[in-house]
Design a protein around this ligand. Structure first.
Ligand code: NG1
Length: 512
């Protein structure tokens, strides 16, 4: 396998971060090494690193099998690690004193470690990555680990701090035990691992965290094959800049899962069942709205497409028509009604979709969720298409910027009205961002709080940030210092994915 299929190892932070961030990162790594030594009395052997992400477009469609377009950010999770062969214990500490220290022992090859997902502790995410990796490595006696974590991804903000931690812990466990799996394998392990912590998530975050490239977003396809393709932003004048702004509404996805995240997953899966039933595809056992689409077109006449984008556009347009035709109850379905529409019994619906991850609802909004999924998938492929058609030369930058911005704004409207995953603060902040000069602004990540992402002209980025600070943040958080504000609204360039860092020499520890 080629080198690029493995998580790269470096001894220079310059390989990981953009130039402007190097001085701050050198200090951060130095502090991490020092604190490790203070806590444990010896040096770490390596640091595993995996970043958070911001999703540019494609919300809540990864678990329906459709492509998404996130980019990694330079805020990340670091875990410094030293190992011992004397035991199989894991010691966990965090540079942030808010997160208490913990210790746990490897149980055995089957159980690995117990995770109590009713208790919401940061260490559960570490354990999830550790358990997933060791299940795959099948070791009788993994090494003991001494770990110190430093996370800079804001938590509960829709920037995937949890996945960054799960990915970092998987990589840390793999390297500690001197194994070397491919990035693809680590992604699949991290996706499965995170489900130990209570949400039935898709695979966008873990993929973005591990596979991203420093100068591009990543188009991630899940079905029928897992493929990642870097997508560069168009060469517009002015250039495009993305600004992330945090509403400061903390959305705990795990706590709200039965009525928010996991419920949405169930609603999209039942939508797939209803369509499959109406289209005579139930016997093929499709699991997602994407699989229903593929099965439907496998058996039908199609026009000759000039491009792959044309095929996506035709197919998704047709699926939207089929939703209108067959999912007719716009104000929702009761359990009995959706079972009948899907041609299944209530018990079957329960057993297949609601037993592993419990959900609570009287009314299931199947129509609105299906419209969101197919229309959002369409916006993702259109966004990619605009980017790719304007790679090197752009005839009219304003046209391109407005096209991309419009797609982001439409995504926000659909998240708000069809998917009901926005909230008042997200609606207010995206509006303020558009008024302050963003071409497009939308929630990013699961929603119900957390962050927005706005596409702004690079030459007006600072002015934009000032205006949003004045209009959203200062009135609501008058006591915030400039430093605090710089952590709630900041510009974000596409950053590299996962890395393993090792010190070079005692004399020049930070490389470069
Ligand atoms: P965040 O924002 O990290 O909670 C979640 C899911 C993604 C995706 C988005 C919505 C996990 C780990 N992440 O992201 O897979 O479904 O919501 O687009 O479940």
């Amino acid at each position: 396998m080629q080198q690029e299929n493995f998580v790269p190892t470096t001894n220079s932070v310059m390989d990981i971060y953009a130039e402007s961030k190097i001085p701050g990162q050198i200090k951060r790594y130095r502090d991490l090494f020092q604190e490790f030594k203070t806590i444990y009395g010896f040096d770490p052997e390596f640091v595993a690193r995996s970043p958070g992400r911001v999703n540019i477009i494609g919300e809540h469609i990864d678990y329906a099998g459709f492509p998404v377009l996130p980019m990694a950010v330079d805020r990340d999770c670091l875990i410094a690690v030293a190992t011992t062969k004397l035991d199989s214990k894991v010691r966990l500490a965090n540079v942030n004193p808010k997160f208490t220290r913990a210790e746990f022992s490897f149980v055995d090859k089957e159980r690995i470690v117990d995770i109590d997902d009713t208790v919401h502790e940061w260490t559960n995410y570490f354990k999830a990555g550790y358990k997933g990796m060791l299940e795959s490595l099948k070791l009788d006696a993994p090494v003991g680990m001494f770990c110190l974590m430093d996370g800079s991804v804001p938590s509960g903000a829709g920037m995937s701090s949890s996945s960054a931690l799960v990915c970092t812990s998987s990589i840390a466990t793999m390297i500690a035990n001197k194994k070397c799996l491919s990035k693809n394998d680590i992604v699949q392990i991290a996706i499965a691992s995170e489900r130990y912590v209570g949400t039935n998530g898709g695979g966008m975050d873990q993929t973005a965290s591990i596979m991203s490239h420093a100068d591009a977003a990543t188009f991630i396809e899940f079905h029928p094959k897992f493929i990642t393709t870097p997508v560069h932003f168009p060469a517009t004048l002015p250039a495009i800049s993305f600004v992330v702004a945090n509403t400061m509404v903390v959305a705990d996805k795990v706590v709200s899962a039965p009525v928010c995240y996991n419920l949405r997953v169930v609603e999209t899966k039942v939508a797939a069942m209803i369509l499959a039933n109406k289209l005579g595809l139930l016997s093929e056992r499709p699991q997602t709205l994407k699989e229903v689409m593929d099965l439907f077109f496998a058996g039908s006449e199609e026009p000759k497409y000039a491009t792959v984008t044309e095929r996506w556009i035709f197919r998704l347009g047709r699926m939207l028509e089929l939703v209108e035709q067959f999912i007719t109850q716009h104000d929702g379905y009761s359990l009995a009604e959706m079972a009948e529409a899907a041609g299944l019994s209530e018990d079957e619906i329960h057993a297949r979709f609601m037993s592993k991850y419990p959900v609570r609802a009287d009314v299931f909004h199947i129509y609105a969720r299906a419209i969101h999924v197919y229309s959002e998938a369409l916006r993702v492929v259109q966004f990619r298409d605009v980017c790719e058609r304007n790679q090197d030369t752009v005839e009219d930058s304003q046209v391109v910027l407005h096209q991309l911005g419009r797609l982001m704004n439409e995504s926000q409207v659909s998240c708000r009205d069809n998917y009901h995953c926005s909230c008042k603060e997200l609606d207010d902040l995206t509006l303020i961002c558009r008024k302050a000069g963003a071409y497009g602004s939308r929630l990013t990540g699961a929603g119900w709080g957390g962050c927005t992402v706005s596409m702004v002209p690079e030459d007006q980025e600072q002015e934009f940030i000032q205006r949003v600070k004045d209009e959203y943040f200062r009135p609501r958080f008058p006591d915030y210092t400039e430093e605090q504000l710089s952590n709630v609204i900041f510009s974000s360039r596409p950053s590299s994915g996962a890395f393993i860092y090792r010190k070079r020499t005692a004399i020049n520890p930070y490389g470069g």
